[in-house]
Design a binder for this molecule. Sequence first.
Ligand code: GUN
Length: 278
Amino acid sequence: MAQLIDGKQISNEIKDELKAEVEALNRQGKEICLAVVQVGQDPASCVYVNNKKRACAYIGIRSEAYELSETVEEEELLALVEKLNQDGHVNGILVQLPLPAHIDEDKVIRAISPDKDVDGFHPVSVGKLWIGEPGFLSCTPAGIIQLLKRSGISIDGKECVIVGRSNIVGKPMAALLLREHATVTVAHSHTRDLKEITKRADILIVAMGKRRFIGADYVKDGAVVIDVGMHRDENGRLCGDVAFDQVSEKASAITPVPGGVGPMTIAMLMNNCVETMR
Ligand code: GUN
């Protein structure tokens, strides 16, 4: 049976470290403020936004919520972002995704000042990541690096396979693993012989958005398996892209869903908020 990589516990460790750091900043009279912008009331987004606000409260970061109607004009959202860019009290700006179809998501992301881009989605942050300059790191991939390091799993020289090529997970994950000196393969929906490729992985990171798709036959004996997926199964329980029961028999270490990658994303968002003051 594989070692369970406990994202809940590791994220709590990180949040406690950040809380101590913020307390020290507060003693110097420095406060951190995160603006959280939500458009509409998508149920999943509401859960994520509430978790982010709760993490802020725990760590000692002030969060300001901006709730806009589902039908808000793109122009009005862009004007709010610009106002927050100019507001000296606001250190970080987070616009919860996805946005309604009538709003151009890329345009909104580009409107956020790169100095306040705590999601790490702005092209300036992405560019810095790829050339190895310090900057805001995309939260989920940065959280996965922390999960591996804090579980004592070395990355240097390892064969890493990522399944999924999104801007939020797959692509920045590749950049971060390269930075850690891994050999990186990114597989995606057009990849031929996926199984042959995933079976090469010492570290397999799955972010494909298909419920329990990766079975034991996709995994090398003793591999480390990181599951970024989040779905409801036929009984309404949360599950990932990996068939946990069978893969955990073959892997050496594996993240559960829930309690694996999910909590790390928020911990790294908090880290990016503190980073605005470092
Ligand atoms: N929607 C799903 N994940 C994320 C995230 O990490 N940040 C934002 N802003 N929206 C999301």
